[in-house]
Design a binder for this molecule. Structure first.
Ligand code: ADP
Length: 336
C-alpha cells in the first residue's frame, strides 16, 4: 500500500493536479463550514469597505478539510495575488525575510503547517504581522546591528493541523482562528456530486451517497474514493452504481464507517494488545509503525469524533463502540 492511501497528507503529483482541478474557487462554491464561510465573508466585506487588506487568518483542523482551498479563496475574493509557503520550508529567519520582503501590497501569504516553522523565523513573523516591519541583522559579533525594513501590508493565512502546538504570541496575532470541522454525510454528498460533474463521472445518486458516508468526514478522501469508484466502474460496465461503489470501497479497505486500514489497526492494537487501554501515544505509534504526528493529527481526531476512542490523561482508551466494531467482547469485571 502506498503511503498516499493511508496518509491524506502524502500525495502524488497527479493527485495534486486533480485536486487543484476540484478546488472550489469562490466562497459561494465552498460547501459546508457555514460559520467559517460567514466569518470570512465579513472579513472580506469589511476590508473592501475600508480599502485595506483583511486581517490575518489562522485555519486549524485535520488534513483535507479545505484549509489550502480557503487560503486560495481569500486571495481570489480579495483580488489579491497569492504566495504559498510552508513551515518546513522556513527553517531560518532569512528564509522568511526573503519571502516577506518580496511581497507586493495586499498580497496573501499562505503558510501551510505553520506550526513547523523554526523558532527564530516565528519571532520575526510577530513583528511582521503586527507592524509590517522586520528587523534585519547586519554584521556579526559585537559590531552587529539591526536595520528595520518596512514591508508592504499583507494578509497572512496560516494553516495548521496542530493548533495546540502554536505558541500563544503567534496565535494572538491572528485576527481570527477558523476551526474547521469534519463534514456531514450530506455535505460530502454535495462535494462528490460536484466533483463527479467536474470529472465527468457517470454516477448514480446512491453511489455518491455511499462514497460520502465512508469518507471520514473529509472532502479530500471523498474525492479520492470517487476516483477509485470511477476506476472500478469503468472496468465493470461504466456506470458508478451502488454495487460498484461498495465493491470498490471494499477493495480499498474502507469499511462501512469509513475507517481505513490504519484506523482499524490503531483500534486493533488498542484492544488486542492492550486490553482497550489506556495506552500512551508513543507506544501506540510504535505498535502500528506510524509516526506519532500522523496518529495524532490524522487518525485520532476522526476516531474521537466518531466515539471509537477517548483521550484521557493516562492515554487513549477504546470505547465499547470500538470493541463492537471489531466484533469483540469487552471484558467485564467478572473476566478480570
Ligand atoms: P487541506 O489544506 O485542509 O489539507 P485542501 O484545501 O487541500 O485541504 O482540500 C483537499 C481537497 O478537498 C481539495 O481538492 C478541495 O477541492 C476539496 N475540498 C475541501 N473542502 C471543500 C469544500 N468545502 N467544498 C468542496 N471541495 C472541498
Amino acid at each position: 500500500m502506498s503511503t498516499s492511501e493511508i496518509d491524506p497528507v502524502a500525495q502524488s503529483e497527479q493527485e495534486l493536479q486533480i485536486e487543484g482541478a476540484l478546488r472550489p474557487g469562490r466562497l459561494d462554491e465552498f460547501i459546508g463550514q457555514e460559520k467559517v464561510r460567514n466569518q470570512l465573508k465579513l472579513l472580506r466585506d469589511a476590508a473592501r469597505l475600508e480599502n485595506r487588506s483583511p486581517d490575518h487568518i489562522l485555519l486549524a483542523g485535520p488534513p483535507g478539510l479545505g484549509k489550502t482551498t480557503l487560503a486560495m479563496i481569500v486571495a481570489e475574493e480579495t483580488s489579491s495575488p497569492l504566495r504559498v509557503s510552508s513551515g518546513p520550508a522556513i527553517q531560518h529567519a532569512g528564509d522568511l525575510a526573503a519571502v516577506l520582503s518580496s511581497l507586493t501590497p495586499g498580497e496573501v501569504l499562505f503558510i501551510d503547517e505553520i506550526h513547523r516553522m523554526a523558532r527564530p523565523a516565528e519571532e520575526m513573523l510577530y513583528l511582521a504581522m503586527e507592524d509590517f516591519r522586520i528587523d534585519i541583522m547586519v554584521g556579526k559579533g559585537p559590531g552587529a546591528t539591526t536595520v528595520p525594513l518596512e514591508l508592504a501590508p499583507f494578509t497572512l493565512v496560516g494553516a495548521t493541523t496542530r493548533s495546540g502546538l502554536l505558541p500563544n504570541p503567534l496565535r494572538d496575532r491572528f485576527g481570527f482562528t477558523a476551526n474547521l470541522e469534519f463534514y456531514s454525510s450530506e455535505e460530502l454528498t454535495e462535494v462528490v456530486r460536484r466533483s463527479a460533474a467536474v470529472l465527468d463521472v457517470d454516477a448514480e445518486a446512491n453511489a455518491l451517497e455511499e462514497i460520502a458516508g465512508r469518507s471520514r468526514g473529509t472532502p479530500r478522501i471523498a474525492n479520492r474514493l470517487l476516483r477509485r469508484v470511477r476506476d472500478y466502474s469503468l472496468v465493470h460496465g461504466g456506470t458508478a452504481t451502488l454495487d460498484n461503489a461498495r465493491a470498490a470501497l471494499e477493495l480499498y479497505d474502507v469499511d462501512a464507517w469509513g475507517l481505513d486500514r490504519l484506523d482499524r489497526q490503531v483500534l486493533e492494537v488498542l484492544i488486542s494488545r492492550f486490553g482497550g487501554g489506556p495506552v500512551g501515544l508513543g507506544t501506540l505509534s510504535v505498535s502500528v509503525g506510524e509516526e506519532a504526528e500522523t496518529i495524532e493529527s490524522v487518525v485520532e481526531p476522526f476516531l474521537v469524533r466518531q466515539g471509537f476512542i477517548i483521550r484521557s490523561p493516562r492515554g487513549r482508551i477504546a470505547t465499547p463502540l470500538a470493541w463492537k466494531h471489531l466484533g469483540r467482547e469487552e471484558p467485564t469485571l467478572d473476566d478480570l
